[in-house]
Design a protein around this ligand. Structure first.
Ligand SMILES: [Zn+2]
Length: 380
């Protein structure tokens, strides 16, 4: 049966409309006026009482949430992540692996292959491999012991589900590896990250096929006016990038600077680990012990270890601390990542998947709809 959302402030790409109705089944089938809705006699209406309605959020870098991690390599873990992040408005995500043993990464990928269609919360739209082809000097919370030399062992077998690889171009045979991946698997987005490249080496990486930068500013060579590093190269090029807008990984002034430099090339991510949406305490990330306290996840030596950020809070942080408009922040987690990944979603537009989210002025999520089904309702 067709459904219609009424009394919503609909966030489109360039305007917010409060006089339209979205009609949908699995896909968005019509966008009409209230008067036109009268002509339907067999339609279920959902009144959202003036709340915002936008396309569902897409998280391209998330390891875990709700106590589960992609590296647990079980159906239950993926199901837990998929269901937990509905409360953040997320309707699609890239299950993100860590730098661990080859066997662990293969187990995680095999599990994702088997279970992608079996989760019934947010959709798994592919895999983001964070490492293991990174620079040990910029390992961040990735385990330095498992960093590997460029190889097609894993990529060849799972190229159908891998959508993104975070790597460091300056490692041995790095540029050749990047060129080969681009040639063999043009659908895989190559992202610079955990990289200590200088400006020139980073730019060379972009020329070879890197088109994105992972958690901009974090685990990469920073900006110095005489040595602008990976950060300077990213800001000075037209590649897309993502940021962890938790106000811990990135200062609010830096977030504003990134926005000014990157505009429609900026994507918000959570980089959430298993403690996402959980209480303070001790957790594990890629085999390492992590303490979560005051919204911060750290390793024993104080290094930041992923985040416990929720995607709707990232939006709120950007809206409140930068000059981004509501439309800008919504685009950074909807149409921009959807375009990058080639998804049939990301906008409120006829023909696209009915992945939608209803939220209030404070970015509290009231309802999350995936392929036309209400999967999350606040308080239920
Ligand atoms: Zn990560």
């Amino acid at each position: 049966m067709l459904k219609a959302i009424i009394n919503a402030k609909i966030v489109f790409e360039d305007n917010i409309a409060d006089d339209l109705v979205v009609v949908y089944d699995e896909h968005i089938s019509q966008i009409i006026t209230q008067d036109e809705l009268m002509q339907f006699d067999n339609i279920e209406t959902i009144d959202v009482n003036g709340a915002y309605l936008s396309s569902g959020f897409i998280d391209i870098h998330i390891h875990g949430s709700g106590g589960a991690d992609t590296m647990d390599a079980t159906n239950e873990a993926l199901q837990t992540i998929s269901k937990t992040i509905l409360s953040a408005g997320t309707t699609s995500f890239l299950a993100t692996t860590m730098t661990m043993s080859k066997e662990s990464i293969v187990n995680a990928l095999e599990n994702i292959s088997d279970n992608t269609d079996k989760v019934d919360g947010a959709k798994i739209v592919g895999v983001h491999m964070e490492g293991p082809y990174i620079n040990p000097d910029m390992c961040g919370a990735q385990d330095v012991n498992y960093i590997q030399k460029p190889s097609f062992d894993i990529i060849d077998k799972y190229s159908n589900i891998i959508k993104m690889i975070t790597l460091a171009p300056e490692i041995e045979n790095g540029y050749e590896f990047i060129r080969e991946i681009r040639e063999k698997y043009p659908h895989i987005i190559l992202s610079i990250g955990h990289s200590n490249a200088n400006y020139e080496k980073a730019i060379k990486g972009f020329e070879c096929g890197i088109s994105h930068a992972t958690h901009l500013g974090n685990a990469m060579s920073g900006f110095h006016h005489r040595d602008p590093g990976v950060l300077g190269a990213t800001l000075n090029s037209d590649i897309t990038c993502d940021v962890i807008a938790d106000l811990i990984h990135t200062h609010k002034a830096t977030l504003e600077l990134f926005w000014k430099a990157k505009k429609d090339k900026l994507i918000l991510i959570t980089d959430s680990m298993r403690a996402g949406c959980m209480k303070c305490g001790e957790y594990d990330l890629g085999g390492q012990r992590v303490t979560v306290k005051d919204g911060m996840a750290t390793l024993g030596d104080g290094r930041l270890a992923g985040s416990v950020l929720k995607l709707n809070i990232a939006l709120k942080n950007m809206k409140e601390n930068t000059s981004m408009s509501l439309i800008d922040v919504i685009k950074s987690v909807t149409s921009i990542p959807a375009k990058k990944l080639g998804l049939n979603s990301g906008r409120i537009e006829v023909g696209l998947s009915a992945d939608m989210v209803v939220f209030d002025e404070s970015f509290d999520i009231l309802m999350t709809i995936v392929d036309g089904d209400i999967k999350y309702l606040r308080g239920k």
